[in-house]
Design a protein around this ligand. Sequence first.
Ligand code: F6R
Length: 626
Amino acid sequence: MSARTSPAEAFEKIPTVLYADAPEAAAALAQEVRDLILECRANGRAPVLGLATGSTPVPFYRELIRLHREENLSFADVITFNLDEYYGLNRHHRESYFRFMQEQLFAHIDLQPHNIHLPDGTVPLDEVFNHCAAYEDAIRDAGGIDLQILGIGRTGHIGFNEPGSSRDSITRLIPLDRVTRLDAAADFLGEANVPRFAITMGVGTILQARRLVIMAWGSNKADIAARAIEGPETEAISASFLQSHPHARCLLDRAASTALTRIRLPWLVGRAAWTPAETRRAVLWLALTEHKPVLKLRDGEYNEHGMAELLTRYGKAYHLNIEVFNRQQQTITGWPGGKPHADDTSRPERAAPFPKTVLVLAPEPQDDVLGMGGTMERLVSQGHDVHVCYLTGGDLRITDAEAIRFARVLLETSEQDPLRWKEQIDYASGILEEIDAKGPFGDPPARLRRLKALIRRGEARDAAISLGIKPAHIRFLDLPFYTEGRYRQFHLGAPDIALVGSVLATLRPHQIYLTGDLADPSSVQGIAFMAFKAAWEARLNQPWIEHCRVWLYRGHQSEYTPHEIEMAVPLSPDQLAQKVQSIQKFQSHTLPDLLDGERNRQTARTYDDLGTAEYEAIEAFRCWHR
Ligand code: F6R
């Protein structure tokens, strides 16, 4: 068990272990579970595991399955209790946690059905109280939970203990927070379909486990993980209650750890190496904290924030300020493809060759325009040869209502000449029948998914064309991991990597734009990034790759923090308006909070606060340092 050992972790009130990535953390945790199972068995008692659902435990469950298959780990005597279940969903529902557990774990190991426990989402309202009490009793009768696995929601919940849940709460029916419902909206094809209630183990129930492990992956979890680990224990973040458990531990991947003090403000815990990157981060942080432009920071402010050591290296704040200010200023360029014939020594992108072959990879349609619509338009208008490649169809986000609308239009058009259009009539009525037969939450048959992907495809094409991309330069790869999978059940395979590789080999681009490097590894963006990385690594010996630069953008994730940005492309009000119009081409599904370009305005405001020129909006990029 990891104890708080180094001063670096001084701010962490839950012992926290950092891993390079989720699979590495999952492998370590699976080994721990194996040891626990063997230990309980040696002591003559059944091991009791508390399990979670959601994206987070997926890599861990895959590792348990591997241990079962390849290393003969048996679960025959293991007893499990799951944290929660949506209220109103029966066990066969596509999104029920019971079905999730079957598909992700139970069906692949030798767990005995009578040892599996989940709250029942279908008990009538007047029986819920007794059902919950019986759940508590069952945990107690099993001897209590040896090890409870947890994920953390963006509201800070564990189980479904939403903000306001008390430390002593027990298993109960609870209304779901709006943020939680929004996060589940993609699974349920729209927020309106997400159940409003769930049955969850209480915080008190969870804290009774003898050992607790909470995990978080991806940059979207960084802030809430840091607040749970370093902030006060509070009902506003139920995960923070793990702080007072004697055997709780948190596992984070690199992307989810970035808001921890030891990573964000390392000099406060005595670990700063004051590399150029760390220095830049510290100075920008100081400027934003003090609400002062970089060039106005004084010696006293550095001293007050424990950064005196940094000053001693530079002599005076003035020298340090100038260096960091220039660095930040140099990230700004109106020439994302490089400025031809200009001195490029301190520009983000090389001047030559000109024009460049540029490949924009979008894991899901809309990632591209959200993240870099303005930059796409710039690249085209500056004469570069811009290609856009949509890696997946994005159909899982499209509601049946959209497909019904298209099928009806086709049906009514075809019925004007029924003999000639018989096949079309059959197709359209077939789609309508399929939708009817599967009901709102049945698995969509391949043909329906295809229609939805085509709807999305039309929107993606319109959006890209509105930014000046030539229709012939728009590709749709329909990677099989997505076409054949569903959320949280995606498996990257060799065919995915080969398809991405073939685009790279055909185009041999000078620039590639991509997102997903810091995403949850089970998300579409995370998997698409892995496919790209594998395709890239398989071509390392090809000459073009040496001259290709990979720029990372942010799709629907939160923006890079200023110190991370290596290229900032300013947009005028007109350019931002054009970008927003391109986003609005996506009518079948959209993300309301990203519609208005506010995120890009905020990045520009931050640059303004730091003392660089004032722009309407900025799109931000980082270079992929392979
Ligand atoms: C699921 C559960 C939740 C999730 C949390 C994170 O049983 O109890 O607390 O762990 O909502 O969800 P993901 O992992 O999907 O980000």
